[in-house]
Design a protein around this ligand. Structure first.
Ligand code: BDP
Length: 688
């Protein structure tokens, strides 16, 4: 095992009694209908059942005893993509309201068997909550991946329309967890993706995805009309959305795309952000820019997703998205969607929920989550993000009636009765054999999709599902790994950025290692007296004023602000006492040391699973934990030293070791069991 099969492992059912019951109950498959997606469902059932039952389970034309029947039946209670799995006396019926639902049902049925569910407990009915369940790849034309930690792009652009077997496995993995849309190239988009010569190749790829119920999208560069006509006799020199030549160019391009890809999903656009071109270059608004494209896509049932991630122009970059997009509420057309990152900064380990959720009640919204671990440890630190995403989706905006709507209400369409809403995940997939660069990274891919399907699932349910599908049902493995994974996000937070400060890595770099000095003023204002960022309406940037009154009161008050966001919202003296009774600085010290020690425990706990997990994956994960420990230590020592350097306050309490140098310079040493010596001002002999 090398991780390639992810959670789609169809190994022989280990429990021999259950195996023989399964063998009696499922002897052949019947696909009712000829739709390509139904044929995929049949093929997956054949593959899965043959593996799980250890014998060939064929697809037949006629329903006999013990058939697994997959098909569709109109059922308005299921929505367009729901399904039922029903066991009758002599067969199992997997029925979708549409073909995609049938495919999802087939995968879910196999997952039930992978998890060795008794025959009596196979029945279920389910439907997805969010209509748009989307991956965003940040893949470039040279196959590098922006913020990718799992090798190169899966897609070999220059080989298209030649197809690789891996594209089918990619499409299967998406369908297995209900992903129905994918944007295959980077939001910092090369216009080349839209060049006519490229489109037949992309159409071939779209064909593979289509058979698994997934629609292909492209990120579009807003200045594509300029770039792609540069070599023509009378080139277009502007990208103004109100310019008729520009409009005609897009119209022709969209017509051309739909001739080749009839189910093309649409465009994702990053405009006027971090140097990308956009409508603001011509004095137009984001809404005008978006609508020009949306209107042309609408004729084909295409959609336009416009990102709100813009952070130029204000002293406090947390405010810009709201200040730019909130006034545009109600101006985006019906098939346009505004896609907003979960927080106002940029995928930090902890951020408040972006105030734009709740701030755009008359706009279709998608939430953008980052599955690839740009700021959360790449493929070295284990950081299982589902608990974080749960807390974001459950956030009550207080902008409607009562405390609602929640973010989940908004992105599932419940809040404002919308259909063009959903969840996008900036994905961590690459061409590494294990897809995600480290074995446990795939849990985030799986978890994102499961939440897009149903944000009410608990982190515990989702992670259990993933572990059982990925490693099998060994109780010890499940319980140990589950405990590790469910604590990993808060652990990462505790040794990198407790109390909500965030952004302590070099802004222009890889966002992996600590570099707190480089974000002074950007994310914190650290002095000898205290640290944090005053974002209150009363004395600071005013950011807290962007929330509903309920949250303004809470975030704006030092006494009421939740500890985990304290330094995001306030500038706080080191000696300020938290609810725990500890001073703020002591909390920072303790948190970093505790967090590091938890990582050491993770490694030890994993070690106890030797022999219970197949050798190659066991060793691979053990090696990742070794590297994780080293990196956690680096974070701990850098951040603790940084604050000690400013505050010169020595930690107190049990476990802390205080060192006195002969020169009398330095006291602070670290914890007795994990020594980190801060050596500023020590003489060289003292240092050694
Ligand atoms: C930041 C990334 C950058 C992306 C940008 C974005 O560092 O690579 O291009 O966000 O989302 O997180 O547009």
């Amino acid at each position: 095992e090398d991780g390639y099969d992810l959670w789609l492992r169809y190994h022989l059912v280990a429990d021999s009694n259950l195996l023989s019951r399964y063998r009696d109950a499922f002897t052949h498959i019947v696909v009712q209908g000829n739709h390509v997606v139904l044929r995929s469902a049949g093929a997956e059932l054949a593959r899965g059942l043959s593996g799980l039952l250890g014998r060939s389970i064929p697809v037949r034309d006629q329903i006999g005893k013990s058939a697994v029947v997959v098909g569709t039946k109109v059922d308005n209670t299921l929505g367009p993509e729901g399904f039922t799995i029903k066991r009758r006396t002599d067969r199992v019926e997997i029925t979708g309201a549409g073909e995609r639902g049938a495919l999802y049902g087939a995968f879910r049925f196999l997952q039930q068997l992978q998890r060795q569910r008794p025959l009596e407990r196979l029945d279920l009915t389910d439907r997805p909550a969010s209509p748009l369940r989307m991956l965003n790849h940040w893949d470039n034309l040279n196959r590098s991946i922006e913020r990718g930690y799992a090798g190169k792009s899966i897609f070999v652009w220059d080989e298209l329309p030649g197809l690789r077997e891996r594209y089918v496995d990619y499409a299967r993995l998406l369908a297995s967890v209900g992903i129905n849309h994918t944007v295959i190239n980077n939001v910092n988009a090369s216009a080349e993706f839209l060049r006519s010569e490229r489109l037949p190749g992309l159409a071939a790829l779209a064909g593979v995805l289509r058979s698994w119920g997934v629609r292909l999208w492209l990120s579009a560069n807003y200045a594509a009309p300029i770039t792609l006509t540069a070599d023509q006799p009378s080139p277009i020199t502007v990208a103004d959305p109100l310019d008729t030549r520009v409009q005609q160019w897009w119209q022709d391009k969209i017509d051309e795309i739909y001739r080749l890809i009839p189910d093309f999903g649409g465009f994702l656009v990053k405009a006027n952000s971090e140097g990308q071109p956009g409508p603001l270059d011509y004095g137009r608004t984001h809404a005008e820019g978006a609508n020009m494209l949306a209107d042309r896509l609408a004729a084909y049932d295409g959609k336009l997703v416009w990102r709100s991630f813009v952070h130029e122009g204000f002293d406090d970059w947390a405010e810009y998205e709201y200040r730019v997009f909130h006034p545009l509420d109600g101006q985006f057309h019906a098939n346009a969607v505004v896609q907003t990152k979960n927080g106002p900064i940029d995928f930090q380990v902890r951020e408040p929920v972006n105030p734009l959720f709740g701030g755009l009640p008359r706009t279709n919204q998608m939430i953008e989550l980052q599955v690839t671990q740009e700021y959360t440890g790449h493929s070295t630190h284990l950081c299982y993000l589902v608990p974080e995403w749960k807390s974001i989706l459950g956030f009550q905006t207080h902008t409607g009636t009562g405390s609602g709507p929640t973010v989940a209400d908004i992105v599932t369409g419940l809040a404002y009765d919308q259909e063009n809403v959903g969840m996008a995940g900036v994905v961590n997939l690459g061409d590494d054999r294990d897809w995600t660069g480290y074995q446990l990274g795939a849990a985030n891919t799986h978890g994102f999709a499961r939440l897009a399907w149903n944000p009410k699932l608990s982190a515990d349910e989702i992670v259990t599902d993933w572990i059982e599908l990925t490693f099998g049902g060994d109780r010890q493995v499940v319980s140990v790994l589950k405990a590790i994974m469910l604590r990993s996000w808060s652990t990462y937070e505790s040794y990198t950025s407790p109390l909500g400060m965030g952004y302590l890595t070099y802004p222009l770099g890889s966002h992996f290692a600590p570099a707190p000095t480089t974000t002074q003023n950007l994310s914190h204002h650290t002095t000898a007296e205290g640290t944090g960022f005053d974002r209150t309406a009363a004395t600071g940037s005013g950011f807290t004023g962007l929330y509903a009154e309920h949250w303004q009161d809470i975030y704006g008050s030092l006494a009421n602000c939740p500890d985990e966001l304290l330094l995001f919202m306030h500038w706080v003296p080191y000696t300020h006492r938290l609810r725990s009774g500890k001073t703020m600085i002591q909390h920072i010290y303790d948190s970093h040391f505790d967090g590091y020690e938890r990582v050491v425990e993770f490694r030890r706990a994993w070690g106890r699973l030797a022999g219970r997990v197949d050798q190659a994956r066991y060793a691979d994960i053990a090696a990742t934990f070794d590297a994780h420990v080293i990196e956690a230590e680096r974070w701990r020592d850098t951040i603790v030293s940084y604050f000690y350097g400013f505050s010169r306050i020595v930690p107190t309490g049990t476990g802390w070791l205080q060192l006195a140098y002969p020169s009398g310079q330095l006291l602070f040493g670290g914890r007795a069991n994990s020594l980190a010596v801060e050596v500023t001002n020590a003489s060289s002999s003292e240092r050694s």
